[in-house]
Structure formats: structure tokens, C-alpha cells
Design a protein around this ligand. Sequence first.
Ligand SMILES: C[S@@+](CC[C@H](N)C(=O)[O-])C[C@H]1O[C@@H](n2cnc3c(N)ncnc32)[C@H](O)[C@@H]1O
Length: 437
Amino acid sequence: MYNPNCTRAGQPDVSLASIAQLLQERMGLYSSTVGVSTIQLAVEQRMRACGTEDVNDYARVLSCSATELDALTDTVIIPETWFFRDANPFAAFKQWLQEVWQPEHAGSTLRILSVPCSSGEEAYTLAMCLSDTGIPPDRARIDAIDISHTNIEKAIMGEYGRNSFRGNSLDFRDRHFQPSGNRYRINDQIREYISFKQANLLDDSFTRNRDSYNVIFCRNLLIYFDRKTQDTAIDRLQMLLQPDGLLFLGHSETALLLNREFSPLKNPRCFGFYRDTELTENKQNSRPRPKRSQLNRQTVAPSRTAEPLPFSDIKPVASVKADTTASNNPGTLLQQAFQLADEGHLGEAAEQCEALLTTYDNQADAYYLLGLIRESTGNLIEAEQLLRKAVYLDPVHHEALVHLGIICEQLGDDTNAIRFRNRATRTTKPLTTEAVK
Ligand SMILES: C[S@@+](CC[C@H](N)C(=O)[O-])C[C@H]1O[C@@H](n2cnc3c(N)ncnc32)[C@H](O)[C@@H]1O
């Protein structure tokens, strides 16, 4: 087995570090976030494929072979995705199509970017939303992009197994897929909306000759980047988004929009923001920003779906790790509660949190999860109270502060929204992937 710390002469090995550095420069992959062992395992796998046991030899091959760099990229990426991953962002997108896009832009072509699209599930989901809303393919274009050639090939193939269909609401499969052996093949009419392409969001050429978009989905990518790369990526997305366009991020990524010209959509837990150029204008003019309620903006109502949601995605699992030797210690109970919430059993998850709070003191995370559950069902007032309790017990509870900022904004309480956003910024830490499934 290759020892990452030693060369054969017993000297500390710099090759793995240099490979990690290369991956960071190429695709923003941050070894402290994904874990050195993830990179090490991928390197070992590629070394076996190349028939070498010497990491220095492998590093040399890598430095002069674009094909091998692609192969390593394909091995190290985390392609996890599925159709309608989180119901709320897509419900919010559909609502925006019906209530804002269609009435105001009936004759125009809607431009959407899905980056990273992985093996295509997210882009096809967006296309299904367009089709279900009655927007034909000649009125909407989706550019679906991923750094991995393998993923793009799978996306173009458009055939999926069980792992791509999760949760209980699978009626979309009957409408938009044909069975193909034990797999499902996407219908041609849905394919028509999308052009799939391999590209790297971090390449300078990414924005070249690219028109701006009305909607961008960039979910579950930025968590793998270091902070500087996250900011570069957001700058790029902001540049590519039309004024008033929508940007959807993953659960753990919304804090990156703090202090930028973005305002959250009203739908709870959709992690969608519209580009709010008035924020910048008001800052420049040093005028107080008009209250959202005074803006002539069509807003969308809270969704009350209780679909399975990866609640634990947004909570670093380290702090809720279970002690498997004890089935009723607070850590185990809390982890069970997160699991129940992830699976969509929101009532049971809420009961488990309430039981925890009656039995144990200082359970900031239980208040936090209960707050998220209330937020997801549209009960913003109670959600705010619970999240305030979480930050009372844990004043640097970053995720709770971020959600408080969003909820206060949704409730029109701009003063507290700013206060919580500022506090969240002060507690900003590198976003972790520990909780990413
Ligand atoms: C976890 S998947 C997210 C897929 C989808 N957006 C979702 O949320 O289900 C992450 C994807 O990011 C892609 N990726 C990683 N770095 C990238 C980069 N610099 N540019 C474009 N895609 C990248 C990987 O290939 C992988 O398919």
C-alpha cells in the first residue's frame, strides 16, 4: 500500500501534496474540505490503472497528460445527484415560471444554466418542470455543464437506474421516462430543452461568448472549494446572471451570498435568490433600502411540501455524531432526528427534538433542527423563535444565524435580517462536506 508520507528513500513525499495542489488549481477541490484521504484513494486508484507504484512517477505523468488529469478528475469528483433532489427549489422554480416568467415574458426565450449538472438529473428535472408548466423547448434553453467527461456522457445517454429516483413522489417517472430493461430512459421531448457540455466553471474561458442567464442552478459544488475559489465562482455566476435573475445554491452554500446583491425568494428552504441590483444601488446612494413589501415585486408563497429533504446536509455531522454504544444519549437521538427529517418524517423528527429538549439542557442543535422543520412547513414565526433559542445557547451557531437572516428578511424585518447576516458573516467558517451524502 502506498504510504503518502514517505518516498521509498524514507523522505517526506511532496508528490501527493503537489497533486492535491494541482487539483485545487484546476477544479477548486480543497483537500482540507474533501479530506486528504479522498484525494489519496483516487490517486491510488489511478496509479493502479496506470500500472505504477511510485507516486512521483504518477505525478510526472499527470503533469504532462491532459487525458490522465481528466481521468483523475473523474475519479476524485463526487457525482452524487438524483432527480428532484430537494423538492422545494423545483417547486419555487415552477412557481416563478408561472407567476413571474410566463406573464411577463411570454414571447421570449428563457435561458437556464445548470452547473454542475453531474450525470444530468438536475438538468432533466428542470426540463420536466418547464414541460409540466407548458413552456415548449423552443421557448427555453438549458445549458448543462460538468467538468467530468464521464458524467456528460452518462447525461447524454439519459438512462437511469434506481439510485437516481429517490423519495416517494415518482409520478414524474411515468410521465417523462420509458422503461428500458431495469432502467428508465428519458423521453426525447425532455431532451430537446438541453445541451450538455463538458466545461470547468473555474476556467477563464467559461464566461467567454456566453450570454447571460435568467436562472442558474449551481448546487452542491461550492462546498468543495476553498473560500477564495468560492468567491471567484460566485463572482462568475453573478456576472452570468441577468439583473433580477434567479440563482439556486445548495443548502450549505447560501451563506456565500451574504453581503452580495442577492435577496432570498420567499419560499422556505428553496435556497433560491434573485439578483437584487437595488441593493447595490441603494448602497451606492447611501439611501435606506425600501422595505421588500414596498417593492413592486411578485413574490412566491411558502411551499408546504414535506418531501424528503437532506436536513443533515446543512448541519456539520461532527457535532451530531452518534455514540453508537448508547441508543438514548442526546447525540444519538439528535442524529436519529436528522435522519427522520431527511427521510421526510417531519412530524416524528419534530417529536424527537421536543423529547430531547424536555430531557436534556443546552441542545442548540435540537432547537436548530426544530426551527428548520417549522421553516420548511412555512411556520416562519415559530421557526424564528426556535432558531433564536439555538443561537442563545450557541451564539456562533453559523447555520442558525444564516437561517435567521433569511427568515427575518422573509418576514420583512430588515434590521434583524442585517444583524443576523452580519453575525453569520463573522462566524463564517470553511464550509464542510462532512455531512454530504
Ligand atoms: C455533487 S455533484 C452536484 C450535482 C447537482 N448539481 C446536484 O446538486 O445534484 C458535484 C459535481 O460537480 C462537478 N464539478 C466539480 N468541480 C467542477 C468544476 N470546477 N466545474 C464544473 N463542474 C465541477 C463534479 O464533476 C460533480 O459531478
